[in-house]
Structures are given as structure tokens and as C-alpha cells.
Design a protein around this ligand. Structure first.
Ligand SMILES: Cc1ncc(COP(=O)(O)O)c(C=O)c1O
Length: 364
């Protein structure tokens, strides 16, 4: 911890004493390289948040008006609105009832003549079934854009999140397992895709060309040197924190293995290394009472999203989107809950206390 503080102070001091506090400080490129390497990817492009990174990825893939993009019915809104904001149409597809991740079979059924990409979200940390999704995508010649906002360090059969799809997006927003308050990054092994995204992010400029030369309609989505300095330090401690959360989650799951009426997110063996961004589950009984009991006992808990993405006012009555049947997503919004990752960073005793509180909240 002391080492982390020293590293952070040193990098922050270097930004302070430089004349480049914005997106051109060398720390920005350094963090991009370090994070890309950590996720087993070749190229990175950091940005001001993990919403515009999805938009830029779609633009880099050439997706726009008249195109459809497949997204899960359960995610944070950005996964869908990024599609809408580039002028394309989100197609909402059901999740698997137990992993909470997009169901590859339902993806297959949703693909049509206008489909241009698939966006799986690695929901809560464990990666979506990338073998099955890659098989569907390849059969139809579609690129995969991984929304890896919950998956810093998550793996699918030993391969890190963000390195399987054509391009991937991570968030460093305040609630994430690595944060600079705000921030995001795009990763890809295809330098061309990253260069196209960079052109959007940096006012239509091109590498090696003049500052006042703008080749396409871009904007300014750059991250700052301050955020990059913080993220360099955050990345140093991520492996230890991911391991600590995994230990806590394993204790809780083991202690509650035989508890009736409570189910945890199923984590396929291929996805067993993950962030534990959310300890996710669902209850058979009264979710409201469970939530009240657990928070009343002093533990953080969120009674899941209040609706599927397509039930948001923005997409209500299936306006500006296409909706496939989503019975699993509609079931989970009624009975699911999550405990946020911060509650999993404590000691073994803290883990046992949380397990006991979940047990009591389920029974009472
Ligand atoms: C799955 C998912 N995608 C995208 C985002 C958007 O990230 P940001 O808040 O950095 O814009 C989030 C963030 O909360 C998220 O949970």
C-alpha cells in the first residue's frame, strides 16, 4: 500500500510540474500500453469515459444509420445508447437466466440482414461465453465489440477480456474496480481500428500530420494526464485486489452453498478468473425484504436494475430499437440483487460476516 502511495505521488508530481496536463502527456500513452499489455492486447486508446469508447468503436467499425447491433437486454444503458447515438438500431437479446450474460443461441436467432456487430457485456465480471459468441459471429462475418466495463483482468479460458473481440471497451468511472473518477479505454489488436477511433477522439487529426489539419468529423474525447497517472497506480494494485475479492466471494459462496431460496450467478469454468465487480444473485422469496434486511444490517446491496434496457422510457414501446423475447431478463429484474465489489475487499472475518448477513436476510 505504501508502495502504491509513493508511485501515485511520484506520477502526480510529474504531471504537476509538466506543461502538459491534458491528453498529450507521455503518461497517457504509457497507461494505454500498460493496460493493453495487461489485457493481452496490442493497442490501446484511452478516453474521457467508457460510453464514448463504445461510440468510437462503433464508428471505427463503420457502423451507422440503417445498421443493427445486437446487445444484451441487461446492462448499463450506455451499451445500447452508444448504438443509438451513432445512428444505428440496438437489437435487444435475452440473457442466460443464471450467468446474466447474453445467450449465444438468442444472438443467432436475432441476426438479420441489417446486423453489423454484436456487443456482449461481461456482466458483473465473469466473461460471456466467448467460444459460442465467436462461433456465431464468425459464421455471419460479424465483428464482436466487447463491453468489458466490468472485466478488468477477467479471463475466458486464460485469455483476458478485451482481446478476443475485434475491439473492446473498458470504463474507469467511479464505481469500477479501477477508477480515475471518470475514464475509459478502447483495446484492439487491429491498429487500423484504433487509428480510426483516435481520429474521432482527436478532432479528426491524423498521426504525423499538423495540429490544425482535420481530415474527418472528430471531436475531443481525450483523457487527461492526471487520470492517466492515477490509472497507472491503480493498475499496479488491481491483481492483488482481484485476488482478494475472489477469496471473499469464494468464502461467501461456500458458506451459503446449501442455503435454500438464494442463488448466485453461475460462473462457467472458462470464466472462473474474474473481477467480482458485482456479487450477483437472485432470491426465490421477497426481494424487497431481502434487500431491506441486508442493508438494514449495514451491508451494501442494490436490488438490481429496475427494468430491462428496452423498458427504459427511451426505448419504451420498442421505439428506435428491435426487441427479441427476453423472459430471462424480465425475470431477473424482479428477483436479482448485487453486492458491490468494495464490500469484498475486507478480511476473512468480514467475508464470514457478510455471508451470515446474507443468510439471515434470506431467512428472516
Ligand atoms: C456495462 C457498462 N458499459 C458501459 C458503461 C459506461 O461507462 P462510463 O460510465 O465510463 O461512461 C458502464 C458504466 O457504468 C457499464 O457498466
Amino acid at each position: 500500500m505504501a508502495c502504491f502511495r509513493r508511485a501515485r505521488t511520484r506520477t502526480s508530481d510529474e504531471v504537476l510540474s509538466s506543461d502538459r496536463w491534458g491528453g498529450y502527456h507521455p503518461f497517457v500513452a504509457r497507461f494505454e500500453q500498460e493496460f493493453a499489455a495487461f489485457q493481452q492486447c496490442r493497442f490501446g486508446l484511452s478516453a474521457c469515459n467508457g460510453t464514448v469508447t463504445i461510440e468510437m468503436a462503433l464508428e471505427a467499425l463503420g457502423i451507422g444509420v440503417g445498421d443493427e447491433v445486437i446487445v444484451p437486454a441487461i446492462s448499463f444503458i450506455s451499451t445500447a445508447t452508444a448504438v443509438s447515438r451513432v445512428g444505428a438500431t440496438p437489437v435487444f437479446v435475452d440473457i442466460e437466466p443464471d450467468t446474466f450474460n447474453i445467450d449465444p443461441e438468442r444472438i443467432r436467432e436475432a441476426i438479420g440482414t441489417k446486423t453489423r456487430a454484436i456487443i456482449p457485456v461481461h456482466f458483473g465480471g465473469p466473461m460471456a461465453d466467448m467460444d459460442a459468441i465467436t462461433a456465431v459471429a464468425s459464421a455471419h462475418g460479424l465483428p464482436i465489440l466487447e463491453d468489458a466495463a466490468h472485466a478488468h483482468g477477467s479471463e475466458w479460458n486464460g485469455t483476458r477480456a478485451g482481446s478476443i473481440g475485434a475491439i473492446s471497451s473498458f470504463s474507469f468511472q467511479n464505481g469500477k474496480v479501477m477508477t480515475a473518477g471518470e475514464g475509459g479505454i478502447l483495446l484492439s489488436n487491429d491498429e487500423g481500428l484504433i487509428d480510426r477511433a483516435r481520429e474521432v477522439l482527436d478532432q479528426g487529426r491524423r498521426k504525423g500530420e499538423g495540429w490544425f489539419f482535420h481530415y474527418s468529423l472528430g471531436t475531443n474525447y481525450r483523457i487527461t494526464a492526471w487520470q492517466s497517472a492515477v490509472l497507472i497506480a491503480q493498475l499496479e494494485r488491481l491483481p492483488e485486489q482481484n485476488a482478494r475479492r475472489a477469496r471473499t466471494a469464494a468464502i461467501i459462496r461456500e458458506r451459503l452453498r446449501d442455503l435454500r431460496g438464494l442463488h448466485f450467478q453461475r460462473v462457467p469454468d472458462a470464466a472462473r478468473v474474474h473481477t467480482n465487480y458485482l456479487l450477483l444473485g437472485w432470491v426465490d422469496g421477497d426481494r424487497g425484504a431481502f434487500h431491506k434486511n441486508l442493508t438494514g444490517a449495514g451491508f451494501p446491496c442494490t436490488p438490481f436494475y429496475p427494468h430491462t434496457l428496452y423498458q427504459n422510457p427511451l426505448y419504451r414501446e420498442h421505439k428506435n430499437c428491435r426487441v427479441m423475447p427476453c423472459p430471462n431478463a424480465e425475470a431477473r429484474i424482479k428477483d436479482a440483487f448485487w453486492v458491490p465489489h468494495r464490500a469484498l475487499l475486507g478480511t476473512e472475518d468480514d467475508a464470514m460476516a457478510l455471508a451470515a448477513a446474507i443468510r439471515n436476510s434470506t431467512l428472516s
